[in-house]
Design a protein around this ligand. Structure first.
Ligand code: ATP
Ligand SMILES: Nc1nc2c(ncn2[C@@H]2O[C@H](COP(=O)(O)O)[C@@H](O)[C@H]2O)c(=O)[nH]1
Length: 205
């Protein structure tokens, strides 16, 4: 069985990663979502184990010390990280997994999983980004300012990604990402072991 795809979706805060991810998950049943650990306090309505594993700084440090995280990063005064075991088990079972993470973490994942699919979600403009993050109404103004202040630097790291998708309209952005995932499943290098059995001896690599 082919291993699943590791898909990383990043982009600046407020661009719509969470919104796009939840639509994609409803459309692609084989797509598993990686629940991150964070030291950020829960927002209203967020559930431990569903949106995040909410941790104290001590608990998070302990996860780092146990090497339980595939990657972690400090972002705007809080820690965020991807539990490693769940990712490994999901991929081994042949399912695709999507990580919705910021750029420092994404680049660390790329070092360990260069065969992953790295997608950067772009805002139509910085003004629109600001409106979205403000309109969400979940962050205090100083946190919005801090997140906006790192957005341009984050966008400059798009060169390390495989794909750029503009989130102008939610359904259109989801269709683009769905197409990327379908195309990645058809890459010929994913079939080399099966192909080898069908090739004449002179063509075997
Ligand atoms: N294409 C879109 N057009 C208009 N509004 C959008 C679009 N996509 C998302 N939004 C809205 O923008 C806000 C931010 O979206 P979301 O929370 O999904 O962003 P995010 O990238 O996951 O943010 P964070 O990184 O801070 O978690 C939400 O209020 C969401 O409804
Ligand atoms: N490096 C990581 N970044 C992560 C992870 N989980 C989420 N995130 C990103 O952090 C910011 C802020 O998230 P918020 O929920 O506080 O708005 C955002 O860009 C997330 O995508 C992770 O495991 N590692």
């Amino acid at each position: 069985m082919n291993k699943g795809l590791l898909i990383v979706l990043s982009g600046p805060s407020g661009v719509g990663k969470g919104t796009v991810c939840s639509v994609l998950r409803s459309k692609m049943p084989n797509l598993t979502y990686s629940v991150s650990a964070t030291t950020r306090p829960p927002r209203q309505g967020e559930v431990d184990g569903v949106n995040y594993f909410f941790k104290t700084r001590e608990q998070f440090q302990e996860m780092i010390a146990r090497d339980a995280l595939l990657e972690h990063a400090e972002y705007v005064d809080n820690y965020y990280g991807t539990p490693r075991d769940f990712v490994d088990r999901t991929l081994a079972s042949g399912k695709d997994i999507i990580l919705e993470i910021e750029v420092q973490g994404a680049l660390k994942v790329k070092e360990k999983f260069p065969q992953g699919v790295f997608i950067f979600l772009m805002p139509p403009s910085l003004d629109e980004l600001k409106q979205r993050i403000t309109g969400r109404g979940t962050e205090e103004q100083h946190v919005i300012d801090h997140r906006m202040s790192v957005a341009a630097e984050e966008i400059s790291l798009i060169r390390y990604y495989d794909y750029a998708v503009v989130n102008d309209e939610i359904d259109a952005a989801c269709k683009r990402i769905e197409s990327i995932i379908i195309a990645e499943h058809c890459r010929k290098d994913r079939f080399m072991s099966e192909l080898a059995d069908m090739l004449p001896a002179s063509e075997k690599v």
